[in-house]
Design a protein. Structure first.
Length: 236
């Protein structure tokens, strides 16, 4: 059983704003150089290094050194999921202060990554489509149907069904849509395959994605959707 002290200690790790900023940046899924994280958080490199050392020691981050450079990434999808779930509960949308900020905010609400799976309007639309077409069942827990197994093998090959310590399916509450998108191994495949095929591209905006015209058509064909529904701007 967790103790109050251990819970308070863990919560304190992300209670510092600079640590929270850097940790949220790493939800992108890639490794960041310590200097990049310092610049992103708006703090001195020495300050960022001290914060990152604390997070590594606590097991929230893993690090790799290459020469003089230090690279950080999240220490596993469970930690990423925990923070993403917390953000969905407590996040308050930023009020854009410029046209550029408003455009960046819009990009995040249309399509973004949630660690290694798709989120925002696109992620929610794809999850809804999987459920509506009985590829994923949700009535008695999250279950991949026989038709869903065939669909994912068609998308990513038979290795996509190999068991790993990670759940193959799990719901993830989206902090912009306030509805579920798909996580787990299959949620990761639903992000990785479109990226590899050029259906999605990363933008300069942190974690934001753009669906290409080919991607819109291909995903719509795969899920029998109106292509416009995948690229429509969310109303909220």
């Amino acid at each position: 059983m967790p103790t109050a002290d251990s819970l308070a200690q863990f919560a304190g790790l992300l209670a510092h704003r600079s640590r929270a900023v850097m940790y949220l940046a790493l939800l992108e899924g890639r490794a960041w150089a310590a200097g990049e994280l310092a610049q992103h958080a708006g703090v001195a490199r020495s300050t960022a290094s001290a914060h990152l050392t604390v997070l590594v020691a606590a097991g929230l981050l893993s690090e790799q050194r290459q020469g003089r450079h230090r690279y950080l990434r999240l220490a596993g999808n469970q930690r990423a999921q925990l923070v993403e779930d917390l953000a969905a509960v407590v996040a308050v949308p930023d009020q854009p202060s410029s046209l550029r900020a408003a455009r960046a905010s819009r990009q995040l609400t249309v399509a973004r990554t949630c660690y290694d799976h798709l989120a925002s309007a696109l992620g929610v639309a794809l999850f809804d489509a999987l459920v509506d077409r009985a590829l994923v069942a949700v009535r008695d827990g999250l279950v991949l149907t026989p038709a869903g197994r065939t669909w994912f093998v068609h998308l990513a090959g038979p290795d996509v069904l190999h068991q790993t310590p990670r759940p193959p399916l799990r719901t993830c509450l989206d902090w912009t849509e306030h509805r579920n998108h798909l996580g787990g191994d299959l949620g990761s495949a639903l992000c990785t395959q479109p990226l590899q095929r050029g259906w999605l591209t990363r933008t300069r905006q942190h974690r934001a994605m753009t669906i290409t015209p080919e991607g819109s058509r291909s995903l719509a064909d795969l899920l029998d959707l109106d292509a416009h529904a995948l690229t429509a701007t969310p109303s909220r």
